[in-house]
Design a protein around this ligand. Structure first.
Ligand SMILES: *[C@@H]1O[C@H](CO)[C@@H](O)[C@H](O)[C@H]1NC(C)=O
Length: 148
């Protein structure tokens, strides 16, 4: 499905500065000129799951639109560090509801060793991945989160 969706460039729009899904006007988004996927991306295990979208016209930065800060390659993230996660994903464990408003939550970083163990991701983590949240299912990016 990945190559299929990426091949239809004209169906992509980038919407910025919004926190509510219902205010998205499909044709007002920024037009995507090119999608550059990571050459090592694996659809099987989601390794290198990152891509660049080149827009036809530049965005205007403002209070609500800006650049993300990327960490230096050698940056270490100790377990227990507080991380912000956000998204519009499911807001209940049975995955029947999702939120109209962007949700955000603080979760602790877990150790890779614990997260990659047989009781959690069972060897599925690659060195490009981080784990954050609560193993008791209390909250992840999209549950029990704080409205912004
Ligand atoms: C997770 O475990 C698998 C299987 O033992 C291993 O191949 C992989 O490198 C481990 N991931 C990390 C980030 O250590």
């Amino acid at each position: 499905t990945q190559s299929f969706r990426l091949s239809r460039l004209s169906s992509w729009r980038v919407h910025v500065g919004l926190v509510s899904h219902s205010t998205v006007r499909p044709h007002q988004g920024a037009v995507v000129e090119r999608i550059i996927t990571h050459p090592l991306y694996s659809a099987q295990n989601h390794d290198y799951d990152v891509a660049l979208l080149q827009l036809r016209t530049p965005l205007h930065f403002s209070y609500t639109v800006g650049a993300v800060c990327l960490p230096a390659e050698e940056r270490d993230f100790p377990r227990g560090s507080e991380c912000w996660v956000s998204g519009w994903g499911h807001t209940d464990p049975s995955h029947t509801r999702s939120s109209d408003l962007l949700q955000a939550s603080v979760v602790p970083l877990l150790s890779t060793q614990l997260c990659n163990s047989s009781c959690v991701y069972n060897g599925a983590l690659t060195p490009r991945m981080l784990c954050a949240g609560y193993l008791d299912g209390r909250s992840d990016a999209f549950q029990d989160s704080l409205p912004r």
